[in-house]
Write a protein that binds this ligand. Sequence first.
Ligand code: BEZ
Ligand code: FE
Length: 273
Amino acid sequence: MPTPFTPEEHLADVLARYEASPDARLAELTSAAIRHLHGFVRDVGLTRDEWFAIIEGLTRTGQMSHGERQEFILASDTLGVSMLVEMINQVAAPGSTEPTVFGPFHVEGAPERAMGESIVADASDGELVTFSGSVLDLDGNPVAGAELDVWETAANGLYDVQDPEQSAMNMRGRFTTGTDGRYAFIGVRPVAYAIPGDGPAGELLFANGRHNWRPGHVHAMVSAPGHQTVITHLFDDASDYLDSDAVFGVRHSLIVDMSNGTCEYDFVLQPGT
Ligand code: BEZ
Ligand code: FE
């Protein structure tokens, strides 16, 4: 071993010990993570105290995570990693609806509702909006049998799963298109809301001078046989925070006019499974 042993030689030594991994993909992920982590430590000249502070933050991130609260996902969201994973896994063909973050508040098995029905199950003082449009393929043909699974917060900015005052499945519904590909449902005009800020992910946001707000949006997961499922949102063009979404989910093509009680948007699916 040469003296002194340099950081470059140390990195090469560490990487070499992972070369015999029996799992090629795991080896690729592990060696890339090691290279980037070593690069980070060297680039910033990380001090011992800073490394311990990071370890302490990660420890608390794990300790805060349980069935209903996943602080690691929140950290991934607020660092822009969740959006990046969606970008490289759901690549939008030109003309197709752009995807965005899934978020932690989707619930499986939302009620199947008749076309045009309301998802507002509880009494609400929100502004009612009729969301409507078509599900189309890339050639502009209507897609029959497409399922729209939609969810949004109530007018108080909370999802049913966050709010004991709301009934289960309030502001959720699944709708299936007929031969005309049209869809319609009634919801409330989405409000901007704050994502949880009381854990390490929030602390990192606030310490960097960022906020934890998301612009008003309605979530939609649109799927149909023979087409790629798109997980996306529709954002209210009058909402605050469109330029500073805490989780980097805003895409220009998903910003829609929701004034006057209507929101018209066509979902365009690309072929696939
Ligand atoms: C959401 O839009 O539901 C969401 C997305 C990322 C983090 C928290 C909430
Ligand atoms: Fe949301």
